[in-house]
Each structure stands twice: as C-alpha cells, then as structure tokens.
Design a protein around this ligand. Structure first.
Ligand SMILES: Nc1ncnc2c1ncn2[C@@H]1O[C@H](COP(=O)(O)OP(=O)(O)OP(=O)(O)O)[C@@H](O)[C@H]1O
Length: 495
C-alpha cells in the first residue's frame, strides 16, 4: 500500500531516535570548496525557449539578467563565484515574484535552478532590511524556514544558502533526523536567520521552545507536492499551526517542485494567500528533455543481467540505480560489489553516517554506482551523474520524473534506462507514454500495446494524467463556466 509506504518513509526521515549521537562533519570553510560547482551544459541556452506561464493577478515583470535582480554587492559576487552567468527561466520569473512579496507555487523541470530562485530574493530582502548579526540566544527567531522531505536534500539546500550568504551576517542552520539532537540545538542557539529542516526535527526543535516564529517572514516548501502529500501533510499543518506562526496573510509562502498533482495543488491553496501566483515553466510534471529516456522490457529474473550489460558500457561514469525496497538496495549493491563494480547504497535503513558516507563515495567517484530507494529520488544535485537506471519502476509517474531528473541537470545531457516488467509495471504504461512523448522520446510499440490493453484506470496513477501546464484555478474556472460538475478528488492513488 502506498499510504503505508509513504508513512514508513516519513518515519525514517524524521524519527526521533533518543540515542542518536551522530554529529555530521562540519561544512566546508574554504572558499574554493564552498563555491565549487559544475559547468552548465550545452543545452543551457535552450532553457530560453521553454514556454513559461504565470497565472494569477498582476504578476511582476520577469528579469532577464542577474543585474536586474537588484542584488546587493555581496550576493552578486556570490552568484558570479557560483558560476551563474544568466538566470534560468524559473529564476527570471521567480525572483521578481518573490521580491514583490507575492506568494508563489512554482513548477519547473528537474535541475533547472529552483533552489537559487527562492534563496536569492529571500537573502536579498534580509540583507536589504539589515538582518541582525547572529548571536547566541536561548530562543532563536529565524526569518526564513525552508523545509524539504529528505535529510540529504535539506543539507544540500543548506549548503546552497550558506554559499549565497557567504560574507554576510546571515547565519543559516540545518536540522534533520538521524543526527544528535543536542548538537542540533547547540547549532541553532548560536544564531539562526535562515533555518533549513526536515519536518519532524523542525517541529521537535520548535516544540522544545528553541525556535520562536514571531519574526518569520518566509516559509518555503521545496518538493512542495511531496511535502503536502499524505505522508507529510499532517506535519505541515502542525508547522503552520505552531504557536506564534504568522498567519498566511502575514508571511510569504513559497512552493517549488517539478511535479504538482492537481489534488495537491488544490490543497496547497490552504497554505497560500488567495492571490498567489502560479508559475509553470514547461509542462507541469514533465520530464527534463535533456535526459534521453529508454524503456526496456525486462522480466524480474533478467534484471540483474540487464543491469550488468549496462554497467559494462558506463565505466566510471556515475550511475544511480533505483530499486523499490531497502532490502533490494542492499541485495543489488552486494551483488554488484561481488561482480567487482565499486558500488554503495542509500536507503532509510542505513544509519545517517552511512548515508552521508555513501553520498560522499558516490560524489567523489570512489563508488561510481549508487543503488538507491526513493529516498534519493528528489532534489539531489550530484555532478557527473550521467545515468539513471530504474531497476524497478516506481508505482507513480511523478516519482519517475524526479528519479530520472538526477541526470541531465543544468543544461547537461544524461541517460535514463528503465526496466519495464509487464507483470508488475503495466499500470504505469499509459502515464509513462505521456512522459516519454512529452519529452520527445521514442515510445516503444510494445509499450503502446501494453497501455492499450491496460483496462480502466485500475492501478493507474491518476496523477500521471496531470499535464495541464496550468494552474488548477484556471481549470476550475473553465469547469465552472461550462457547468461541468467537479469530480471528486482521486484518492485511489494511495491504494
Ligand atoms: N543560473 C544558473 N547558472 C548556472 N548554474 C545554475 C544556475 N541556476 C542553478 N544552477 C545550478 O544548476 C544545478 C541545479 O539546480 P537546482 O538543484 O536548484 O535544480 P532544481 O530545479 O531544484 O532541481 P530538482 O527539481 O531536481 O530539485 C545546481 O548545480 C545549481 O547550482
């Protein structure tokens, strides 16, 4: 059951283990490491041709250059040192929207720079308004809170925020499960203007009275559709209902993702001001077209052999192999090591220390193959990932879009190969075809046949149908105008 799985995952990400003593290594201090980045790819300029749709009243004018963003000198310098020459579409539109004080629901393809789109205008505003130098206090009052669904992703966002805030008095702190609570609290109490966290640890620190919310101006939900799905929604409601949390009218709420199922879009409106803007860069829920997608028909029993065939061609290029269960991640990683392929794995049953070590080994190339569960599907930005293999396809198409988006980032090209086992994956066939054709990829005829044979919507993820490229408010308006009764929200996706 998907519901159960989602809940298990949440528990893993945020479980408050009383005995955890793990203290993560300190973040880099040297400027070169802080600003190390990878080059944009040959398709970076193609971003300019992507269709952009902003809906809602009075959207501000987009910017064309970082100069037009009106960033202070330090921020501008940090943007240049990060290797950013011109903004991506989500930045061109998102930065002025946020700077104008508007709430935002933004949808843009994987790897297209959503993180900087929210970090830069927030930091700029904090600088402009003269953020107080951080100092020790028993209660910290951050001005911005950023939440993300996984520990590794929130840590990455924290490092990005710390990079852009380099040389300013903005102090960014990160809190996430699997690390020592005492250490986390000490870090927060040293001073905290921007607080990044996974939901459970964030609520824990707030509940302990270490973080007050009276100065909060920005609430950012990265991977917003995930943060509002059944697994995390209760935590998000708890967060916005925390004592002292400014009401949605008094704070600015920003949501970012590459996928936005319609039912989640509707629910997200509970967290946003009524006049929020919806920014869609390209197709909502569409895959990044810089990823060459290939679907192979492979039965359960031939998958290991098929994987070995692929890995023989990839050499030392980084490859992420996604599997469905934690146990299988261990099993496949062990199998590959026995076959002399240097491999590591990341999943929710590994200790946080091991998870971080696995990512480091993968990043540095010590282990060019990373076997992962869905815990690594979203947001992770790792240089040189040229291949994604879906050893097992996920049950939902959105997860597929995020997984393959670990490659082909920032204008670089990448390749994703998926093993389609008709026994298990037929319910995904139709939505997979939509994603493939939406990204101008070849659709195998056998897949079309399977999709044609798949009856009704049984087991078919209804979210896969969402390629509206628009704001649900528009669809609702249209529905209203033609007097079509609105259909009940699809709930069977969770079954
Ligand atoms: N304007 C820019 N110029 C050059 N590089 C950029 C620019 N904006 C972002 N990048 C880089 O592109 C990469 C992808 O950005 P980011 O991780 O923010 O993507 P994303 O849209 O959040 O992806 P995902 O949907 O997977 O979370 C990062 O390495 C980031 O530093």
């Amino acid at each position: 059951m998907i519901v159960k799985k989602v809940r298990e995952e949440v528990a893993e990400e945020d479980m408050e283990e009383l005995e955890v003593v793990y203290v993560p290594p300190p973040p880099p201090e040297e400027e070169d490491s802080i600003f190390s980045h990878y080059a944009t790819g040959i398709n970076f300029d193609k971003y300019d041709n992507i269709l952009v749709d902003v809906s809602g009243d009075n959207p501000p004018q987009a910017i064309m250059t970082f100069e037009e963003a009106g960033l202070c000198e330090t921020l501008s310098r940090n943007v240049s040192k990060s290797g950013y020459v011109k903004p991506t579409p989500v930045q061109k539109h998102g930065i002025p929207i946020i700077a104008a004080g508007r709430d935002l629901m933004a949808c843009a393809q994987t790897g297209s720079g959503k993180t900087a789109a929210f970090l830069l205008p927030i930091l700029q505003r904090l600088m402009e308004d003269g953020v107080a130098a951080s100092r020790f206090s028993e209660v910290q009052e951050p001005e911005a809170i950023i939440v993300a669904p996984t520990r590794e992703l929130i840590n990455q966002i924290y490092l990005e925020a710390r990079k852009f805030a380099f040389g300013t008095c903005v102090r960014t702190v990160v809190v996430y499960g699997g690390t020592s609570t005492g250490y986390t609290i000490r870090e927060v109490l040293k001073g905290c203007s921007v607080l990044c966290g996974t939901p459970g640890r964030l609520l824990d620190i707030i509940g302990r009275g270490k973080v007050g919310l009276s100065k909060l101006r920005y609430l950012v939900l990265d991977e917003a559709d995930r943060m509002l799905d059944m697994g995390f929604e209760p935590d998000m409601r708890k967060l916005v209902g925390s004592p002292g949390m400014p009401s949605k009218e008094e704070r600015q709420t920003l949501m970012f993702s590459a996928t936005y199922p319609e039912d989640i879009q509707r629910m997200a409106a509970d967290f946003l001001k009524i006049d929020y803007l919806f920014l869609a860069v390209g197709q909502v829920g569409g895959a990044c077209s810089d990823v060459e997608q290939q679907v192979l028909q492979v039965t359960q029993y031939s998958k290991r052999e098929a994987l070995m065939d692929i890995l023989k061609t990839t050499g030392t290029e980084r490859t992420m192999v996604f599997v469905e269960t934690k146990r299988k991640a261990d099993f496949i990683a062990t199998f590959l090591c026995q076959e002399n392929v240097p491999t590591t794995s990341i999943h929710g049953d590994r200790e946080q220390r091991e998870r971080e070590q696995a990512l480091t080994d993968f990043r540095t190339g010590k282990c060019p193959v990373l076997v992962a569960t869905s815990v690594a599907a979203r947001g992770l930005d790792i240089e040189h990932v040229q291949h994604v293999v879906n050893f097992d396809l996920p049950s939902g198409i959105d997860e597929y879009v995020h997984r393959i988006g670990r490659t082909g980032r920032c204008g670089n090209t990448g390749r994703a190969v998926s093993f389609f086992d008709p026994e298990a994956d037929s319910p995904l066939a139709r939505s997979l075809i939509k994603v493939l054709s939406g990204a101008q990829q070849e659709v195998p005829s056998w897949l079309e046949e399977i999709a044609g044979g798949a009856h009704g919507t049984t087991g078919f993820n209804p979210r896969g149908r969402v390629f509206a490229s628009t704001d649900t408010r528009r669809r609702e308006e249209a529905r209203h105008q033609v007097s079509v009764p609105s259909s009940a929200a699809d709930e069977d996706v969770w079954e």
